[in-house]
Design a protein around this ligand. Structure first.
Ligand code: NAI
Length: 480
């Protein structure tokens, strides 16, 4: 704690560098800056105490300062152990008007290269406010929401379930251990937070899936907005963001030439589509795996072979998982990979690749090349290169998606926070999406920023296609 602000970051003296990067990013985030201008006098988030769990990057820094500019108080942690940009974390603690000696910014608990124990410690700090508890959550992947909801559930049940050594992941064991410890030291902590929270806005596919599961089980105790499925989020960030940051991660991690290489991409959803374009744009020969015939057909139409992991793994030079599902690349698959082939995941959690199987095998030798790049050597001398220990490599090996695309995603986040904070009684404890007119508003700002000129409908045309001249221009069932 310094100047009354509690925080834990790698190095506060990086703040000046971080501030310069934030300055550049603000220019590339016209959506967030427009929201700051629009709401400068209204301060719609006044009174909101937002606990945020989202990759602590330069782009997130601009999001945080937008929430603050709209009147919110904020505490932050990263939603991944490798995704923090330490200079951004430092700059947010110091704030635009503070100094290293006298920080005046926001409490941040995030640094690049946390252990799992440190990760959940930081999550708890982010959710633990001095005085009144948090009343809003901004989540990416659902960890903050899960901590509050599961914590409150266990408190209600009077017990934390025992750990299952065979079934539970290392991550889940640490999660349960924290809840068990808190059960002794601070009984009722999570129930109090769950009661105080007015809503959560969720950033990504994987977190949204978890929210719908909570809602279906009747376990959601506050309303939620699914930000991911705003069109200006998933059809842009997941796709065009990945198109930029996947090869950024591979290049920074390995600097291997991508052209001519055989690449296997598992999953052809929004992220998989961006990955395929990213790699084929470099001249790679791309193969795709899918379970869904519609996505598989899209891959074929886009010019990629559709194969199975079993058939293709032995020939691939680069293997990328983007399914949001578990157990995609098993340890047995890794044994069939080519010498020096690269294996990475860009989905939210590291269970897409059997890292546990790899790490627990006594036959394997691990050589760390540099942070987030490991060579794993088999007994016969063959090796594979694993990026970011199976965690999302675009954020582990590079700096994630660039500002302009995140301006779209984060504009939806800010609008969703305003919705749930200012119109809370209009929402039940369910999962909602933002109305299309707001999606179109986000797109319009970014079209103008890129110098695009929209065509205006005539009244006659609007009537003919049965829409309003001012939008929304599409029916809900339209898929883009
Ligand atoms: P999506 O649902 O659009 O795509 C996933 C695809 O994987 C689907 O088409 C599905 O049919 C397919 N799939 C599922 N199981 C499979 C299996 N066993 N084999 C082959 N294909 C399988 O989801 P989206 O939006 O593409 O997200 C994927 C993951 O990426 C999620 O975990 C999401 O949270 C994460 N994400 C990561 C980002 C990053 O910057 N690293 C950015 C955005 C999302």
């Amino acid at each position: 704690s310094r100047n009354g602000i509690d925080f834990k970051v790698a190095d506060l003296s990086l703040a000046e560098y971080g501030r310069k990067e934030i300055g550049l990013a603000e220019h590339e985030m016209p959506g967030l800056m427009a929201l700051r201008r629009e709401y400068a006098d209204v301060l719609p988030l006044k009174g909101a105490r937002i606990s945020g769990s989202l990759h602590m990057t330069v782009q997130t820094a601009v999001l945080i300062e937008t929430l603050v500019a709209l009147g919110a108080e904020v505490r932050w942690a990263s939603c991944n152990i490798f995704s923090t940009q330490d200079e951004a974390a430092a700059a947010i603690v110091v704030g635009p008007y503070g100094t290293v000696e006298e920080p005046k910014g926001v409490s941040v608990f995030a640094w690049k290269g946390e252990s799992l124990e440190e990760y959940w410690w930081a999550a708890e700090q982010m959710l633990t406010w001095p005085g009144e508890p948090a009343n809003m959550i901004l989540d990416d992947g659902g960890d903050a929401t899960s901590l509050v909801l599961r914590g409150a559930q266990f408190e209600k049940a009077g017990t934390v379930p025992p750990t299952d050594d065979d079934l539970d992941s290392a991550e889940y064991k640490v999660f349960l251990a924290l809840l068990r410890e808190r059960f002794e030291t601070d009984k009722g902590k999570w129930s109090a937070i769950a009661e105080s929270v007015q809503g959560v806005t969720e950033e990504t596919t994987t977190g949204v899936l978890r929210l719908y599961q909570f809602a279906a089980a009747g376990e959601l105790v506050f309303p939620a907005i699914n930000v991911n499925d705003s069109v200006t989020k998933s059809k842009f960030d997941n796709k065009y963001g990945t198109r930029h940051s996947l090869i950024d991660g591979i290049n920074r991690g390995t600097d291997v030439l991508i052209g001519g290489k055989k690449v296997l991409i598992c999953g052809y959803g929004d992220v998989g589509k961006g990955c395929a374009e990213s790699l084929s744009g470099q001249g790679a020969r791309v193969q795709v795996t899918e379970i869904d015939p519609i996505n598989a057909l899209q891959a074929l139409m886009d010019g990629y072979d559709v194969v199975t992991v079993e058939d293709a793994i032995g020939n691939a030079d680069i293997v990328i998982t983007s399914t949001g599902n578990l157990g995609i690349i098993t340890f047995d698959h890794m044994k069939q990979m080519k010498h020096q082939a690269i294996l990475g995941n860009i989905g939210h959690f590291d269970n897409e690749i059997d890292m546990a199987g790899l790490e627990s095998s006594k036959d394997m030798t691990r050589i760390n090349i540099k942070p987030q790049v490991d060579q794993w050597i088999f007994p016969d001398g063959k090796a594979i290169i694993v990026l970011s220990e199976g965690r999302l490599l675009n954020l582990g090996n590079a700096t994630g998606h660039p500002s302009f695309v995140m301006s779209n995603s984060f504009s939806n986040q800010v609008i969703a926070q305003i919705e749930l904070w200012t119109k809370n009684n209009e929402y039940d404890n369910e999962v909602y999406r933002l109305p299309k007119v707001l999606d179109e508003k986000v797109a319009k700002i970014h079209v103008e920023a890129l110098g695009g000129t929209l065509t205006k409908l005539t009244k006659e045309q609007a009537e003919y296609i049965n829409v309003d001249v001012e939008g929304p221009y599409k029916a809900e069932h339209y898929r883009y």
